[in-house]
Structure formats: C-alpha cells, structure tokens
Design a protein around this ligand. Structure first.
Ligand SMILES: Cc1cc2nc3c(=O)[nH]c(=O)nc-3n(C[C@H](O)[C@H](O)[C@H](O)COP(=O)(O)O)c2cc1C
Length: 203
C-alpha cells in the first residue's frame, strides 16, 4: 500500500526530504566561481545534472532561503561564468569541507587545501584534484518559487571546455570504473559507483 502526500498539505521541508530521498543517486556538481572582487569560491550542488548535448548544457539549483543568495549564485550572476568539477571517491572529504557555510570572503580552496587552476576560457577556478572539469558560461537563471525557506534559482550553463585526466580516458570515452564517481543519496548518505552492469537497448 502506498501512502500519498499532497504537496499542498505538506511543508517545504517534508517535501524536500521526500524529493532528495527518492531522486537518487544524484550527481554532485562541484561549482567553482569567483566573486566580482576576485574571491575564489567552491561549493557542491546535488540538484545538478547534464541536460543537453548541443550545445552541451548543465544545470544546478541553489536554494535561495528568504531571498538570501548563496555565494555561488551571487558570483555566477555577477561574472556570468563558472566551472563544474567532477566528484569522485578521492575528493569526497574535500568536497564535504567546501559545503560549509563560510563567509563570502572565504576561499574554500584554501580551507580545503585543494589546488585552484584558473579556467583556460573562463575566469573561474577549477579543482586540480578533480579528474574532470567543465568550464561554463551562464546561459540563464530561472527563479523557482516565492521567497520562502526553499525558494531556489536554477542556473543553466553552456560547457565551453572539458578537461579530463588521461587515467579515465579511453579515446574520447570515459572509463566508468576508473572514474569512481560518487553520488548523493538522501540525508548524509552517499553512494560509490562500483557495482556497474550493462544493458543493451532494444533495437
Ligand atoms: C553533497 C552536497 C550537495 C548539496 N547540494 C545542494 C544543492 O543542490 N543546492 C543547494 O542550495 N545547496 C546544496 N548543498 C549545500 C551547499 O553546498 C552549501 O550551502 C554551501 O555552503 C554553498 O556555498 P556558497 O555559499 O559558497 O555558494 C549541498 C551540500 C552538499 C554537501
């Protein structure tokens, strides 16, 4: 038997918990940006995905509680560029460190000990320790919801350049076992991607 939850009758937090517990595993977009004053910023977002291939496009969404813009949103709005850094087993602890609620003046690369590398086509920092990075130009910001605790802004960006560590590269294809991507589940849970299996598509 299924229990039903009418979205109109449940508070934002309950609906959020249902959503993030059910839409799993979620990839993590580790977003590098720079403020208008030049301060580097790095933060993870699991409301993240690749959504189009031509032009190659990613989205991520930042919660905008009571109108407060997280640093990432403020930076991308100001500069129009950002990077996406792929989260794998090797960098999961550093990723977690960068999710802290630091002041805008704080550079999360310094806090986490990660190495910043400036983009080659956009002025935003990439994580050297990530096995792959995208350099992105802002396409559009779409506001979602009114200014409550869970209002959000969806950031849509076009990928201008891709950097891939040769250890995970097989020609222009990615060796999924070597990648060791990590996904986010509900609450504090994460998942590794070691249990791979293959499925042929119907002809
Ligand atoms: C794995 C993970 C995923 C997260 N996903 C999101 C998300 O999708 N949207 C969001 O607003 N915050 C998310 N957060 C919280 C942000 O990372 C956190 O608020 C961070 O401090 C924002 O940094 P900023 O102010 O430098 O942009 C996530 C945190 C973790 C650890």
């Amino acid at each position: 038997m299924k229990q039903s939850f009418d979205a109109a009758e449940h508070d934002d937090v309950d609906l959020y918990k249902l959503l993030i517990g059910l839409v799993v595993p979620r990839p993590i977009g580790w977003i590098g940006s720079r403020s208008a004053d030049g301060v580097r910023n790095l933060a993870p977002f699991s409301f993240f995905n690749a959504v189009a291939a031509s032009p190659p496009t990613v989205v991520f969404s930042t919660i905008r509680p009571h109108g407060h813009h997280k640093d990432t949103l403020a930076n991308v709005t100001a500069t129009g560029v950002f990077t996406v850094n792929i989260v794998t087993e090797e960098v999961i602890d550093a990723m977690n460190v960068t999710s802290g609620a630091y002041e805008s003046e704080v550079d999360e690369f310094e806090v986490s000990g990660l190495t910043p590398v400036n983009g080659s086509v956009v002025d935003a920092p990439m994580v050297a320790e990530s096995k792959a990075n995208f350099e992105c130009r802002l396409s559009q910001i779409v506001p979602i919801g009114e200014d409550g605790p869970m209002a959000a802004s969806i950031v849509i960006g076009e990928i201008l350049a891709v950097h891939v560590d040769e250890v995970i590269l097989d020609g222009t294809r990615i060796d999924q076992a070597a990648l060791k991507a990590v996904g986010r589940m509900g609450g504090p849970l994460y998942t590794r991607t070691r249990d791979l299996f293959s499925l042929d598509r119907p002809s």
